[in-house]
Design a protein around this ligand. Structure first.
Ligand code: BTN
Length: 323
């Protein structure tokens, strides 16, 4: 986003009421005519701006379209998404964030795209990311954690998504360990956590979030319809992508900060509220074997605990669950 425009929105946003043209011109170090021109540009972007003589300007409403401006306006976070980039189309937001991380971009950088042409899922799968239908977003984190703790961030993100969806609708999502969000047994969202680490130190984490938001049933490929869905299909309501992103970022920041101070305990409790098929018989597959077991829950470090038919318990850090 052009930086003066961004500062202008931030100034208008930080104000309870009106802010005068003179004040804006002083703070932004531009002429009052330039302030007025920027206001006209914002209106073209779909912002509704009220200008009152002797009082100044205020934003009445922001447009319901996804852009850096609209995502940042009203985003109530301390560090997450302050550096935010929005693209119409990318290969994968994961790739973009990896590049930004290597350029030294800060913790909390967020990249969002309307469409991905090479969206990545776990296990080298493709992630279908059609234009304007979902949330395709990656977050750059530079956590002070040991590499073995990074998967906890996946579980944390899953609880955040589940909470935001539950708050905004009457549906109760469930989390299939470790990273799938299901509604009515169908996947609506997945999380891909990629890490760059050296020995005992994480350099950075790229946390990718994909949510099928406003796909209709016919938008979902027929061969996937028995196992994939969208928020719209399951809740029978249209979702604002921009508002949902803001809620996710706000909730993510709160949960992440709490996790950094208090550890994984609170996340574990929340995860358990949403845990899928806990206490049930499932089939578990790893690279080495496939077996029947009962899911017991998650361990204090986020590993999945499963008990086989003979009562033997196993902690799993990477596995696929089927039923
Ligand atoms: C999965 O369930 O397999 C994980 C899917 C993760 C998809 C998201 S969409 C945003 C980010 N960019 C990608 O290419 N992948 C992740």
């Amino acid at each position: 986003m052009e930086s003066t425009r961004k500062q202008l929105i931030e100034l208008l946003d930080s104000q309870q009421g009106y802010i005068s043209g003179q004040d804006l011109s002083k703070r932004l170090n531009i002429s009052r005519t330039a302030v007025w021109k920027h206001m006209k540009e914002l209106e073209k972007d779909g912002y509704e701006i009220e200008a009152v003589q002797r009082k100044g300007y205020r934003i009445v409403s922001s447009p319901n379209k996804v852009s850096e401006n609209t995502l940042q306006w009203g985003l109530n976070t301390d560090w997450l998404g302050h550096n935010l980039q929005h693209f119409k189309e990318v290969t994968s937001t994961q790739e973009v964030v990896h590049q930004l991380a290597k350029q030294g971009k800060p913790h909390g950088t967020v990249v969002i795209a309307d469409k991905q042409v090479q969206g990545k899922g776990r296990m080298s799968r493709n992630w279908d990311s059609p234009k304007g239908k979902g949330i395709w977003m990656s977050i750059l984190l530079r956590p002070e954690l040991l590499p073995y703790q990074a998967p906890q961030l996946t579980l944390l993100a899953a609880t955040v998504l589940a909470e935001v969806i539950a708050e905004q609708s009457s549906i109760m999502p469930q989390i299939k360990w470790p990273n799938d969000l299901l509604i009515n047994h169908k996947k609506v969202s997945g999380i891909l956590t990629e890490m760059q680490a050296e020995q005992d130190q994480i350099q950075y984490v790229v946390l990718g979030i994909g949510i099928n938001v406003n796909q209709t049933e016919s938008d979902i490929p027929e061969e996937l319809q028995h196992k994939a869905s969208s928020l719209q299909v399951e809740s029978q309501q249209h979702w604002s992508i921009q508002d949902t992103i803001q809620r996710i970022l706000q909730q993510f920041e709160r949960t992440y900060d709490q996790f950094m101070t208090d550890g994984f305990k609170a996340v574990k409790l929340k995860w358990e509220q949403f845990g899928y098929r806990i206490g049930e018989e499932v089939t578990i597959s790893t690279m080495k074997k496939s077996w029947q077991a009962r899911l017991v829950g998650i361990e204090p470090d986020g590993a999945l605990l499963a008990r086989d038919e003979k009562g033997k318990e196993e902690k799993l850090y990477s596995a696929e669950i089927h039923w």
